[in-house]
Ligand binder design. Structure first.
Ligand SMILES: NC(=O)c1ccc[n+]([C@@H]2O[C@H](COP(=O)([O-])OP(=O)(O)OC[C@H]3O[C@@H](n4cnc5c(N)ncnc54)[C@H](OP(=O)(O)O)[C@@H]3O)[C@@H](O)[C@H]2O)c1
Length: 255
């Protein structure tokens, strides 16, 4: 029960990595504010599952690339719980193989501005109480070898800089700000647009380049997130934890 009686807001928690983090945090005693954008039925199902763990779950629809939506989401959260201990900025989209600046703008909105909006909307809350902020970056923000991900990588590189800057800005108030850089994790984001055969080949290829011989599961990221949300990481801030099973084709793991 590492998060007993805590309140955690997780963005983009209706699927994939965000869902796994919400379930893990609830299993460790945290009340959950579960943000989603389009998948209401899935968000409600996850909240039902979470409430069976004897914690509260508040589903909140908000497009986190919109400042007004974030403001409303934070207000509803504070009206219900009074405070937030842990913020996980997880919502993200990946558009690959594009040089259309409209796609860059969409990704900057969801992957980057959303994090500034949530942190700024919760600045006062965190300055008063301290807490933990966890930003989901990507190995794409560190390495340069992932073909077709230039625009996505730009947003994730910026998430790493944002994490370090906020760590210094908010550290004196007892706020830890860290990032997780996942490698290749099985979710809709990675499976989208691939036939079963293409997926099988992708998994085989990436597994063969990975020290631990497999691709990642959303739970692998949730396990790192619970550590960063708990008291066990109280003296860690401004860091990026790479969770990728040991990709041998990436050279620049540590920054
Ligand atoms: N999967 C990977 O291999 C991988 C690797 C590195 C980093 N990441 C990062 O990990 C995070 C989660 O990715 P994932 O793989 O779990 O993706 P996913 O399965 O596609 O799920 C994305 C989640 O983000 C939400 N979302 C998207 N746009 C949103 C918006 N404008 N406002 C609020 N929520 C929004 C979605 O909500 P709705 O379904 O309700 O619309 C969904 O819950 C992302 O930041 C991604 O960049 C993933």
């Amino acid at each position: 029960m590492r998060l007993k009686n805590k309140v955690s807001l997780i963005t983009g928690a209706s699927r994939g990595i965000g869902r796994a983090i919400a379930i893990k945090f609830a299993s460790e005693g945290s009340n959950i504010i579960l943000n989603y954008n389009r998948n209401e039925s899935s968000a409600l199902r996850i909240c039902n599952e979470i409430e069976k763990m004897n914690v509260e779950c508040l589903p909140v629809k908000a497009d986190v690339s919109r400042k007004d939506d974030v403001g409303t989401m934070v207000k509803r959260s504070l009206d219900r719980f009074g405070y937030i201990d842990v913020l996980v900025n997880n919502a993200g989209i990946m558009i690959t193989g594009t040089n259309r600046t409209e796609d860059l703008e969409r990704m900057v909105g969801v992957n980057l501005y959303s994090m500034v909006y949530t942190i700024e909307a919760l600045r006062e809350n965190f300055m008063k109480r301290g807490g933990k902020i966890i930003n989901i970056a990507s190995v794409a923000g560190i390495v340069t070898s992932l073909t077709g991900t230039t625009f996505y990588s730009i947003t994730k590189g910026a998430v790493i800089t944002l994490t370090r800057r906020y760590a210094f800005d908010l550290g004196k108030y007892g706020v830890n700000v860290n990032a997780i850089a996942p490698g290749f994790i099985e979710t809709d984001l990675t499976r989208k647009g691939k036939s079963d055969e293409e997926w099988r080949r992708t998994v085989e290829d990436i597994s063969s380049k990975t020290a631990l011989g497999r691709i990642g599961r959303p739970e692998d990221i949730a396990n790192a997130a619970i550590f960063l949300a708990s008291g066990e990481s109280d003296f860690i801030t401004g860091q990026v934890i790479v969770v990728d099973g040991g990709r041998q084709d990436f050279f620049t793991h540590s920054l």
